[in-house]
Ligand binder design. Structure first.
Ligand code: ZN
Ligand code: ZN
Length: 396
C-alpha cells in the first residue's frame, strides 16, 4: 500500500510481521511460469500474499489508470524497473511477459496491434494448461493468432464454461484478491441482485481435441514460428523469404476474407472433418457473414473460426505454383457471398505483399470475366425465354 509516497509491504508472514518496509524486494519470490503474461503473474503474487491486486499494483508503482485489460501488459519503463525491484525478477524477464515480447512497444501500440492481430478486449485459453499451472495465464493467448494449444493438442476456448463470459475483458477490480483459474465475471443474480463473481473452474471447460497429426496444429505451429520471428518460406513468394510481419499480414487478410465471405460448404473441402463440424455448429449460433471478420467490427472471432481461416490461408500461400494459387482463389471467389464483405478485404491492400497482390489481381480479373460471362448467358437465356413465351401466346 502507498502511504505518504512510500511503499508499505506486508511480508509473506504478514500475520507475524506488521512492520512496513520501504523499497524492499518481496520476502517470498513467486516465480513466473514459462510464457506467462505479466498480469497473470501479478495476480499470482497477490494470491500468494492474500492481498487485493490493487495492493500489488501499488507496491510496484503501477498507476491505477487507465484501467484497460491491456494495462498490465504494457507497463512503462519506470514501472518495469519498479516491478523488477519489488518482485525480484530481471527487467528482461518481465519484458518477455509483456507485449514487448512480440516486438512492440506501448508507445507504438497501434502499429503492433494491427501487425500482430492482437486481441484488445478478451482472451482465449486452454483449460488443460490452466489446470496444470494453477491458473497461470499465457501471454500468447492474448493474440488472435492463438487458436490451439500445441501441448495439449486442442482448440482454445473462448469463454467461461458456466456463465459464457469472455475472459480478461474487464480489468480485475483493484480491491479483489485474485483467484487464479476461476472466472472473475460478476453475475447479478439471486433475490438481492448483488453482483458476485462467477468463480467457475475455467479448467473444466470442454474443448475439441486433435488426435495424431492434424492440420490445425500444424497451422498453429507455423504461426508460432512466424511470431517468434523465424522466417519461413512459402511457395507464393518464390525464392524470396519475406519478413514474418509481411507473411502474417497476408495470412490475416486471406483468413479474414475467407471466413467472412466464403460460404462454409465451400471451405469444407480445405478443412479436416472435426473442425469443419465444429465450425458448422458454431455458425448456427451466430450471424454470418456479417460477423466477426467484418471490417471495423469489434466482435472477436471465436477460436474455431480463426483456426479455419488461418489453416485455409496457409494452404493457399503454400500451393506449389501461381497457377494453382490463382485457381484456388478463383474457386473461393466464385463461391463468395457477393456483397460488401466479399469486397472489403481486397479494397484494403496496404499491408499485402507484392506476391499476394499479383496473384489476387489475376484471380480477381478471372473472377470478374467469369461473372460477366455468366450474366451475359443469363441475359440471353432470359431473352430467349421471353421470346418463346411471346410466340406461344401468338400461336394460341
Ligand atoms: Zn494447453
Ligand atoms: Zn463464469
Amino acid at each position: 500500500m502507498m502511504r505518504g509516497g512510500t511503499i508499505e509491504m506486508r511480508c509473506a508472514r504478514s500475520s507475524c510481521c506488521a512492520e512496513p518496509t520501504f523499497g524492499r524486494t518481496l520476502p517470498v519470490r513467486v516465480a513466473p511460469t514459462p510464457g506467462e503474461a505479466l498480469d497473470s503473474w501479478l495476480e499470482a503474487i497477490a494470491f500468494r500474499y492474500k492481498v487485493p491486486i490493487g495492493d500489488v499494483m501499488s507496491w510496484c508503482g503501477i498507476e491505477p489508470t487507465p484501467q484497460t485489460t491491456f494495462r498490465l501488459l504494457s507497463p512503462t519503463r519506470d514501472e518495469l524497473c519498479r516491478i523488477g525491484a519489488v518482485c525480484g525478477v530481471g527487467s528482461d524477464e518481465i519484458r518477455s511477459m509483456t507485449m514487448d515480447h512480440y516486438g512492440g512497444h506501448a508507445a507504438d501500440a497501434d502499429h503492433w496491434t494491427s501487425a500482430l492481430w492482437a486481441r484488445r478486449s478478451r482472451s482465449r485459453f486452454c483449460p488443460h494448461c490452466l489446470r496444470e499451472s494453477g491458473g497461470r495465464w499465457l501471454l500468447s493467448w492474448r493474440l488472435n493468432w492463438s487458436f490451439a494449444c500445441l501441448t495439449h493438442r486442442c482448440l482454445l476456448t473462448d469463454s467461461c464454461p458456466m456463465c459464457d463470459s469472455a475472459q480478461r475483458r474487464q480489468p480485475l477490480c483493484r480491491s479483489r484478491i485474485p483467484q487464479p483459474g476461476c472466472c472473475p465475471a460478476i453475475q447479478h443474480s439471486g433475490p438481492d441482485r448483488h453482483g458476485r463473481p462467477c468463480n467457475a473452474d475455467l479448467g473444466a471447460a470442454d474443448v475439441l481435441r486433435f488426435p495424431g497429426r492434424h492440420s490445425i496444429l500444424a497451422a498453429q505451429a507455423t504461426i508460432q514460428t512466424l511470431l517468434d520471428g523465424s522466417r519461413t518460406n512459402f511457395a507464393i513468394y518464390g525464392a524470396a523469404t519475406p519478413p514474418c510481419k509481411t507473411v502474417l499480414s497476408d495470412v490475416r487478410a486471406l483468413a479474414q476474407w475467407i471466413m467472412c465471405a466464403v460460404r462454409l460448404i465451400h471451405v469444407d473441402s480445405y478443412l479436416p472433418g472435426d473442425l469443419s463440424s465444429a465450425l458448422a455448429r458454431q455458425r448456427e449460433t451466430m450471424e454470418w457473414p456479417l460477423g466477426p471478420y467484418r471490417r471495423g467490427a469489434r466482435i472477436v472471432a471465436p477460436a474455431v473460426d480463426t483456426a479455419a481461416g488461418v489453416t485455409v490461408a496457409l494452404r493457399v500461400i503454400s500451393l506449389p505454383d501461381h497457377a494453382a494459387t490463382v485457381l484456388t482463389l478463383q474457386r473461393l471467389m466464385d463461391n463468395a457471398d457477393n456483397g460488401g464483405p466479399y469486397r472489403t478485404p481486397f479494397s484494403r491492400r496496404a499491408g499485402l505483399s507484392p506476391a499476394l497482390t499479383a496473384v489476387l489481381d489475376v484471380a480477381l480479373a478471372a473472377d470478374k470475366a467469369d461473372r460477366k460471362l455468366q450474366s451475359r448467358i443469363a441475359r440471353k437465356l432470359a431473352a430467349s425465354t421471353a421470346v418463346r413465351s411471346a410466340s406461344n401466346l401468338l400461336v394460341r
